[in-house]
Design a protein around this ligand. Sequence first.
Ligand SMILES: CC(=O)SCCNC(=O)CCNC(=O)[C@H](O)C(C)(C)COP(=O)(O)OP(=O)(O)OC[C@H]1O[C@@H](n2cnc3c(N)ncnc32)[C@H](O)[C@@H]1OP(=O)(O)O
Ligand SMILES: O=CC(=O)O
Ligand SMILES: [Mg+2]
Length: 560
Amino acid sequence: MMTLQTSFGDSTLNGVRVLGDPVPGQREILTPEAIDFLAALHRAMEPRRRELMGLREERRDRIAGGATLDFLPETRKVREDASWHVAPLAPGLKDRRVEITGPVDRKMTINAMNSGARGWLADFEDSSTPSWENVIAGQVNLRDAIRGTISLSAGGKEYQLNGEALTDHPTINVRPRGLHLMEDRIEVDGSPVSGALTDFALYFFHNAKELMARGRGPYFYLPKTESHLEARWWNCVFVRAQDLLAVPQGTVRATVLIETITAAFEMEEILYQLRNHAAGLNAGRWDYIFSIIKTFRDRGADFVLPDRSEVTMTQPMMRAYTELLVRTCHRRGASAIGGMAAQIPSRKDAEANAAALEKVRADKSREAGDGFDGSWVAHPDLVPVAMEVFDGVLGEEPNQIRTRRREDVVPDAAALIDVRSTVGSITERGLRTNIEVGIRYLESWLRGNGAAAIHNLMEDAATAEISRSQLWQWVNAGSTAKLTDGGERTVTREWVQQLTDEEFAAIERTEGDRFDDAREVFTSVALAEEFPDFLTLPAYERFLSAEARARREATGGTPA
Ligand SMILES: CC(=O)SCCNC(=O)CCNC(=O)[C@H](O)C(C)(C)COP(=O)(O)OP(=O)(O)OC[C@H]1O[C@@H](n2cnc3c(N)ncnc32)[C@H](O)[C@@H]1OP(=O)(O)O
Ligand SMILES: O=CC(=O)O
Ligand SMILES: [Mg+2]
């Protein structure tokens, strides 16, 4: 075990160094024991994580070269064997009819815990900027929420939990960062640790036993998974973590986001790999659309999607994906959880509020009717709307696992990648919206707010990825856009640059804003020659981890 002081800057303890500038709560979260635990997981799991990132690249290269996606021949037996099921639904995860999602800042933590939803996706991912402050504060807030000690005085209001026991509140499911992001501010043996492992390990270390003592458990959402081999990696992490802390095997539960096109072909296999720890699958629509664009970005007109606003859940390929997800889950005893309607209510504009509520109601009604066991909302004011819809379908039943098997759904590889049948157009308005919203979102992200309401829609990292990758694809495919004056024009780099200038000039600036930086990041990912895998990678490297990297380089560690 390490000595009592966590190391900062130049000194290394047991091979671990913390390179982030000290932030509030850091010493309580990065205790020597917690860091030891993270380092043990890192040493065991990092080599395979790197291999898995390499496998992602290899598959993408094959697709760029013309390969198509299909269900895997080597795992046919897993799919055909009807006898296996996932672990029984754990305490607090039987009835998941409405889950609120959101970042883990202190106010939103309390508001989410008081929201009346059945679950809370506590987010270190799409809706969270991975600044060092947010990474540490999120862990502090979760720790305090679980123990019932969280409170806050802000904006003239006093915030505290409205229930006595943890079980009076939504069940917490923590979403760690994706496997592609590193945590540059912590290094083990001279290399940065994975962001996913950092978020997982610190939460598990501080809370697993406390959660169990309070009638819940360490539950997770796993984002951006691309294959069942990545699910196997997570399963190994869970087994090892439970072992290291003497938590009974099978205590962890994970709901996997099916939000990449490749994972859609491996839903059965993902559940199988995690079967002792799996709770369900979630239809993460925004990253899913991003993944389709990214995966097939250079495959020509057959894979070009229309304006983002037209890629709705009723388009054929989106129906194929969500229906298959429900069928797969229910066949294996797992929960099928719906995704995020982007409309955000407004407490200031009654008309906009009513329109948003209606759209969300329609979205949740479709999901409940399709057999989903529950779904997500982005805002507390949407909990009653979604609750009413699911109450109407579920009644006293906790879920639809047994009652809506969806055996009518036939797995259809071609339907999953039938991009061509998506109805809609590329328009100048769509280009301008992608640019404006993308830059506005990044400006918010750079200020530490990873989710923002822009034009009454929720924007987060996943929706921003769609915006920038659509522009990249339209430019590189030489797509044609309909102009507002009725004409047509080929989308070129120069035209996007010109529209960016115009949209940027129209943004109202305030002192200290981050719009210049946001524009720099946005154009660097939307108009790069080579498509960057994730916009958060250059943004993180350039703006969030520069200090840690400089410190590492100055003292001879491995650059991130
Ligand atoms: C693609 C995906 O991954 S989807 C999942 C990831 N994305 C998300 O989770 C987004 C979650 N939602 C949000 O972050 C927010 O709702 C936003 C940023 C979209 C809008 O937030 P705001 O502009 O603050 O909304 P608004 O002003 O209406 O908020 C009203 C109150 O509700 C609270 N609130 C809003 N959304 C949430 C939430 N998701 N969780 C908890 N509280 C919330 C606000 O804190 C505020 O509280 P207050 O009255 O005590 O000050
Ligand atoms: O994480 C959810 C998504 O839609 O992306
Ligand atoms: Mg996502």
